[in-house]
Design a protein around this ligand. Structure first.
Ligand SMILES: NC(=O)c1ccc[n+]([C@@H]2O[C@H](COP(=O)([O-])OP(=O)(O)OC[C@H]3O[C@@H](n4cnc5c(N)ncnc54)[C@H](O)[C@@H]3O)[C@@H](O)[C@H]2O)c1
Length: 324
């Protein structure tokens, strides 16, 4: 992810100098060479020498400390989701950022996708009437590497987090209760690591809208991120077009996609660009933060409730999950 953000920063007309840092110095040097940027000798060095903002895209377990380091240095920070590897660490980190008056934007990039923006606008304008049902799909064609899986925080924390964020962001409502289940029946690596390859969560919003969110790491047909928003006046689909890896067996249906979206980098390329452009404006004080740490922690609270629900096989009210 770091290389993607770096490439978007490099192309941005407002960025005059770009420094790449990684604990793996060789990796930083490779990316810097490719982008005609410079590589820092150490991660600490990237926080000094005239830096005006920091984009953090390291492994999840390192986010909280790097966010704190940016806040201590008085630098606005953008950090990839999730804020931290566990909820109490995420909450503490965001509280510290707030207390320091620092700027933190979290990379929940689906908020910048044209389809999700259009869907949200219709919901907020009342065009669907009373929203009664939301269905969302998040499907990766292949599992990530084992090293990523073992440090990702699991499917609710790492993948469904996007859906939980979107539910709140689109509807403007809070999640009241969740019931989640999961399966590790896919490739053996999931059971070996104690991870789930497929999961599902039923959520009741505080206005009694019902949402069903699904995620899998094993979708042979391709990368598929979709949402259906159903109201008593209209129903709309986000992410359903000629690239969606979905085949209808009905005789009059369009033919299956010949060029399904290969992965999240292609599906959300414009959204990744837009969130970085927004961060530069936020850092300058020209734009209200479109996804601050508190928002990101709210989505993590839902992920935590789902994990508890799946583990304990029971509905979990959000009142059980500690907040700010
Ligand atoms: N928004 C999205 O849809 C999305 C998609 C993929 C990954 N991510 C997030 O991006 C993050 C990185 O994922 P990735 O797939 O790029 O991982 P990756 O393992 O490919 O890259 C992480 C890099 O961070 C470096 N690193 C580790 N500790 C560091 C530290 N303390 N300081 C500086 N660099 C350090 C590693 O050497 C490595 O080069 C994860 O937190 C993940 O959740 C978000």
């Amino acid at each position: 992810m770091g290389a993607i953000h770096a490439a978007n920063l490099r192309r941005h007309p407002d960025v005059t100098s770009l420094v790449i840092a990684d604990v793996d110095r060789q990796r930083a040097q490779e990316v810097a060479r490719r982008l005609d940027a410079s590589a820092a000798d150490s991660v600490d060095e990237a926080f000094t020498s005239g830096t005006e903002g920091v984009v953090i895209a390291s492994n999840t377990a390192t986010h909280a400390e790097l966010i704190r380091q940016a806040a201590r240095a008085g630098l606005p920070a953008f950090c990839e989701k999730p804020v931290a590897a566990d909820l109490s660490e995420a909450t503490r980190t965001v509280q510290e950022v707030q207390a320091a008056g620092a700027t933190l934007q979290i990379g929940l990039m689906r908020r910048f996708d044209a389809g999700f923006l259009a869907g949200r606008a219709r919901v907020r304008a009342g065009q669907l009437g009373r929203l009664h049902t939301i269905r969302s799909v998040g499907a990766d064609p292949d599992p990530p590497p084992a090293t990523y899986l073992s440090s990702s925080g699991g499917i609710f924390w790492d993948a469904l987090i996007h859906d939980f964020d979107l539910l709140r962001w689109i509807t403007g409502r809070e999640v009241a209760e969740v019931y989640a289940c999961g399966s590790d029946a896919g490739p053996p690596i999931f059971a070996e690591l104690g991870e789930l390859d497929t999961a599902m969560a039923l959520l009741t919003m505080d206005d009694r809208t019902l949402a069903a969110t699904t995620a899998t790491r094993c979708n042979g047909a391709g990368y598929d991120v979709r949402m259906e928003l159903c109201g008593d006046a209209d129903t709309i689909a986000i992410g359903l077009d000629r690239h969606t890896p979905l085949t209808s067996v009905e005789p009059d249906a369009p033919s299956p996609p010949s060029d399904p979206v290969p992965g999240f980098l292609e599906r959300f390329a414009s959204a990744f660009e837009a969130e970085i452009d927004a961060f530069l404006q936020v850092a300058r004080g020209d734009l209200e933060n479109p996804c601050d740490g508190r928002e990101a922690v709210e989505a993590l609270r839902v992920a935590e409730a789902c994990w508890r629900s799946q583990r304990e096989r029971r509905p979990v009210p959000m009142t059980e999950i500690a907040g700010f």
